[in-house]
Design a protein around this ligand. Structure first.
Ligand SMILES: Cc1cc2nc3c(=O)[nH]c(=O)nc-3n(C[C@H](O)[C@H](O)[C@H](O)COP(=O)(O)O)c2cc1C
Length: 215
């Protein structure tokens, strides 16, 4: 398990090929993704699946939105090549999962907590797919932020796209990627002169040391 986490790596959407998960594998992945920390059991997320012909059909929604939004910005119409790219976006992988964040008004559960729970669902979906041998790529690109695409997805007012998770069989393993040195992101809290302060790692009065945990 730990080795698996220590070697986790995304795979580019264009390098994810068939086969994708079968129905039983998909059920497992979604069940795992629905088992994340979730204050007051709100399930502030949902999943929309695209496989088979739905991927090309949704490509038409993307191409239309691309053209309409260029028009609204007063830009030239997108080139035929650009529109072809939009039509083919979801065809890059056998399965695309739209991860939808839904904010529910609930005293005691601020919006941030609900968004974080959605993030946990997305990452758990990726890890579950990876554990089954599939590659994943969680991306937003431009269309996660398009109101016309949101309406094509049928999103409600309280819903936002948190990302599109492309899933399939990796063509090859990606080269490794730099990770932040722990010393730059980990610190021990120390009592400050005259009070208890946690300052995100900035030294104050020489009291707060950030040294990656080596004292
Ligand atoms: C919410 C979210 C949106 C992302 N959107 C993009 C994106 O649009 N394009 C991209 O190249 N990477 C995007 N990423 C980053 C990739 O998922 C991935 O982390 C990155 O390619 C590095 O690979 P790694 O997961 O192996 O570190 C996004 C990540 C998150 C969490």
């Amino acid at each position: 398990m730990l080795d698996f986490l220590l070697q986790r790596r995304s795979v580019k959407a264009a390098e994810l090929t068939a086969p994708g998960p079968d129905a039983a594998q998909l059920q497992l992945m979604l069940t795992a993704a629905s088992r994340v920390p979730d204050h007051k059991k709100l399930a502030p997320w949902r999943f929309i699946l695209f496989d088979g012909d739905a991927r090309a059909e949704f490509g038409e929604v993307l191409a239309d939105a691309c053209a309409a939004e260029a028009g609204m910005r007063g830009e030239d119409a997108p080139s035929p090549i650009r529109l072809q790219t939009e039509r083919g976006r979801f065809l890059r992988a056998p399965l695309v999962v739209a991860l939808i964040s839904r904010i529910i008004v609930k005293p005691g559960v601020p919006e941030l907590e609900q968004i974080l729970s959605c993030g946990a669902a997305g990452q758990t979906l990726c890890l579950a797919a990876n554990a089954l041998g599939f590659g994943t790529n969680w991306i937003t690109e431009w269309y996660a932020y398009s109101s016309q695409v949101a309406s094509g997805l049928g999103l409600a007012q309280n819903e936002t796209v948190a990302g599109f998770i492309y899933i399939g069989t990796p063509v090859k393993r990606q080269p490794d990627r730099d990770r932040p040195p722990l010393a730059s992101i980990v610190s021990h809290w120390h009592k400050q002169n005259g009070g208890h302060k946690q300052n995100g790692g900035h030294k104050q009065n020489g009291g707060h040391k950030q040294n990656g945990g080596r004292e």
